[in-house]
Design a protein. Structure first.
Length: 378
């Protein structure tokens, strides 16, 4: 599956779905739902077993991008927000579509977790029979000469490291009887695997892949310890391990996942249609088809002043805050809802107005819904 043409079936499936759905007949909300629910489910089988070549990921992302912005395979439309931001997680400011590369890497990396937790399963026995080496102490068993999926799964660690992600730091052992966790190689105590915390001691260890239950009862060095570093490491490691008591239960594994995406958060709101939420999400970033926006992208030339009041450039902040029409609308809404006058400097402030009104949570939600509906109407 390293050859791009082997992925043609996945690419063709994407294309068929996209042409069928006719992106232009759906609202943004509908497109988000379809992209999430259907498109992402298509390549899961391939993505969980094979590393997709960069060319395939680029092709599939291009198809998704065009579909989202209302274009099709032959004709692209203006991309108003960077695709990286569109596909970012909801709580980090994106629409939660997810990147296909991350999906591929995540599904492949899951085998690291499954290998640890599915002891005794047939697939793990096959991997062990093929790749296990008595003298090896790697995190996963691997014979580098055997190419294929397992080799690619193993190589993920290096790729993740280039993005400052450590797969091993996502899987932590919880010590029971100490018969499954390896003392030096796995992370089970302290801030990381003991082989990384105490490298001098690990260099002297006779059995690198030794289990916790075997090592906790006594050390086994290749030679006597004498250097200052070795003695200091021994003292630190002994203190750490002395607190551990073996239990009659089996060892367990915990998955520690965390986000590292630097987008600002946009809070989704379930009381309005999804297309209104996507509209508000674009408005916050000033990525709407305003005169100013079209001019910035050289789609329009000439004046970009507001066609309603003629006072100021027509961008999101003007349309929804400083324009005479918007001012009048917010005045009427504040007197209708009996709330203090709506003051905002930015579109984000406008969508945050409800949080600064002294009233019940239910009324705050209502005010937010009315403001979002107001911006949609403008
Ligand atoms: Zn105006």
């Amino acid at each position: 599956m390293n050859i791009i043409r082997n992925w043609n079936c996945v690419v063709d499936c994407f294309k068929r779905r996209l042409s069928k759905w006719k992106a232009k007949k759906l609202s943004f909300g509908g497109r988000v739902i379809l992209l999430k629910a259907a498109l992402d489910s298509l390549p899961v089988y391939f993505f969980s077993l094979f590393k997709a070549p960069v060319g395939v990921i680029d092709k599939l992302e291009a198809l998704r991008r065009r579909f989202f912005w209302g274009g099709d395979e032959d004709k692209a439309k203006t991309n108003w927000v960077a695709w990286d931001r569109v596909i970012g997680p909801c709580d980090k400011g994106g629409l939660g579509l997810g990147s296909l590369k991350d999906l591929n890497d995540g599904l492949m990396a899951k085998w690291w977790w499954r290998y640890k937790t599915e002891k005794g399963s047939v697939w793990r026995n096959v991997v062990d029979a093929t790749h296990f080496n008595q003298n090896s102490w790697g995190y996963l068993p691997i014979k580098k000469g055997i190419s294929g999926s397992w080799n690619m799964i193993n190589k993920l660690e290096k790729e993740f490291a280039t993005r400052n992600l450590n797969i091993r730091s996502l899987i932590k052992g919880s010590c029971g009887n100490g018969l499954d966790i390896r003392f030096w190689v796995d992370w089970w105590v302290g801030d990381g695997p003991l082989m990384e915390c105490y490298p001098a001691l690990f260099a002297l260890e006779k059995q690198k892949a030794v289990l916790v239950a075997e090592r906790i009862v006594g050390w086994d060095w290749r030679r006597s310890l004498f250097s200052v570093q070795e003695m200091m490491e021994l003292q630190g490691c002994s203190t750490l391990v002395s607190t551990i008591v073996l239990l009659p239960t089996a060892d367990r594994w915990k998955l520690l996942a965390k986000y590292a995406v630097p987008f600002y958060p946009f809070s989704w709101f379930k009381w309005v249609a999804r297309k209104v939420s996507v509209f508000a999400w674009r408005a916050e970033q000033d990525r709407l088809t305003t005169y100013n926006g079209l001019k910035r992208r050289t789609i329009l030339s000439g004046s970009s002043s507001c066609r309603v009041c003629g006072d100021g450039e027509e961008d999101a902040a003007h349309l929804f805050i400083s324009c005479a029409a918007a001012t009048l609308l917010w005045q009427q809404i504040s007197s209708w809802c009996r709330i203090p006058p709506v003051y905002a400097h930015t579109v984000r402030d406008l969508f945050d107005v409800h949080n600064h009104i002294g009233c019940s949570a239910g009324k705050k939600d209502l005010i937010k819904m009315i403001i979002l509906a107001g911006t949609w109407t403008i």
